[in-house]
Design a protein around this ligand. Sequence first.
Ligand code: RTP
Ligand code: MG
Length: 148
Amino acid sequence: MERTFVMVKPDGVQRGLVGEVISRLERKGLKIVGLKMMWIQEELAMEHYAEHAEKPFFQSLVDYITSGPVVAMVVEGKDAVKVVRTLVGATNPVEASPGTIRGDFGLDIGRNVVHASDSLKSAEREISLFFDAEELIDYSKSGEEWLY
Ligand code: RTP
Ligand code: MG
């Protein structure tokens, strides 16, 4: 089983889309193994988006992700990284397909509702950045035998 990091960004929280995002992940069959609301501080934001440090939009990205509370989570399932990226849709909501989270709920690349790790390596890095090991819960969930 694979784990990935997902976050409802400040715009998603403010627009009341936390339940919608979680619901889509759950209905897909993914299992939530870590979940918390937090207000990201500038230092963590810069670390999280380190790969974009040289981009022209870096400061606005940091300002945006620290502008309000987010809901951070770790979800588990078969091919979780790829599956979640597919559910989330293209970076720019203008190009994201209908049926994806960004395709259904966004209009602006700078306000695209959710973050999801883009590779297994990023997932491992981001999970350890946002969660302590003891915050991740190992459990079996009824119905799993109908998914796999
Ligand atoms: P994320 O990391 O948030 O899941 O998004 P992503 O992988 O689809 O996109 P990424 O390339 O990692 O970019 C991170 C976030 O930066 C903002 N962005 N703005 N103005 C621009 O051209 C631009 N490009 C990217 C987006 O909010 C994107 O989610
Ligand atoms: Mg990314």
